[in-house]
Design a protein around this ligand. Sequence first.
Ligand SMILES: C[S@@+](CC[C@H](N)C(=O)[O-])C[C@H]1O[C@@H](n2cnc3c(N)ncnc32)[C@H](O)[C@@H]1O
Length: 312
Amino acid sequence: MRGAWEPVTWGDPGYLDDVYSDAALTTQLDEHGVPTSSSSQPSLMLTMLEALDVRDGQRVYELGAGTGYNAALLSHRLGDSRVTTVDIDSGLVEAAVRHLHSTGYRPTAIVGDGARGYLHNAPYDRIIATAALPMIPPPLLDQATEGAVVVAPLGYGIVRATVTGPGRAAGRFLGTPAYFMLRRAPGNPPQFESAREQQPSDTHVPVGDVLGRLRFPLSIALPGFTSCSWRDDHGRLDAVGLWTPDGSTAVARTTGTVQQTGPRLLWDTVEELADALPGDPDRADFHLEVTPAGQRVTHRPSGLGWELPTLP
Ligand SMILES: C[S@@+](CC[C@H](N)C(=O)[O-])C[C@H]1O[C@@H](n2cnc3c(N)ncnc32)[C@H](O)[C@@H]1O
C-alpha cells in the first residue's frame, strides 16, 4: 500500500469536495501505510445513528472517537455531559478534543481500549462502536442499562442489539453493507506464501463470491477474516486470498484451484457457506444472541449458526 496515499489538506484542490462527499476519509496511516483511522462514510454514520435511536436525557458511549465528528453529532443532540467517546490512540484523542472544542463541544473524550468501557460515566443507555469488533465486549454490556441499544460493526455487518438483562442482549444485523477498520489488537499481518506451497485442490465455488455474496457470512464464520484479490494487467480477477489471525491462509484462483494451510482450512468454510446460502444472503436474516456463556450469530432461514470468539 505504501506510495498509494497522498496527503490532502486545507487549500488543496478538491479538499472541500472530498470533505463534503459521502465517502469514508482516511485520516491516519501506520508505518506500513495501513489506515488506522478514518472519518466514517457520512451516510453510514447516519444509518448507525438512526439505528441507535437516541432520546433526550440518554447517556451514550462511543468506541472509536477518531476525528470526533460522530461525538460532535451526539453532543449536539444530547448535550456534552451525556456523551463519552474513547479511542485507543492518544494522538487521535488529542486531535478529536481539539476539533470538538473548536466547534463548541466538550464531551468526555478518553484514551483507552474502548472494549473496556468507562465506568465513571456508566450506566449507558446507548452504545455505538465505529471500529469493527469480533463480538460485543462484555464490559460494555455490564455498563449498560437494561433496554440499552448497542449498534456495532461485527465482521462486515452492523448489528443492532438490545440489552435484555445482566450480560444478555439480542438483536439482528442491519441490511446495510459496512466495512469498518478492525478494532486494533496485537497479531501478525496476513501472508500468503505458505498457502502457495500447498498441493492445489479443485473447487466448484466461484472465487468472486468471497468478495461478494459470501463476504459478510464469512466475516461472521471466520472472525478476524481478511480477504484480498489479485488482478491481471486488464484488471480481471485472477485470485483471492483469505486469512485469519490464527495464521490460516487460502489462495483460490479463477481457474478453480485452491491452496490452503493453517490451523483452519478456510476454503472448506467457503464451500460450506456457498452450498448452504444460495443467492445473496440478506444481512437482516442474521440474528445475534448474547448470554453470559457466549455470543452466537444464527442465520434463521438456513439454521446455520456460529459462536463468536471471546475478545483477545
Ligand atoms: C472509523 S474510525 C472512527 C470514526 C469516528 N467515530 C469519527 O467520527 O471520526 C475507527 C477508530 O477506532 C479506533 N479504535 C480501534 N481500536 C480501538 C479500540 N480497541 N478502542 C478504542 N478505539 C479503537 C481507531 O483508532 C479509529 O480512530
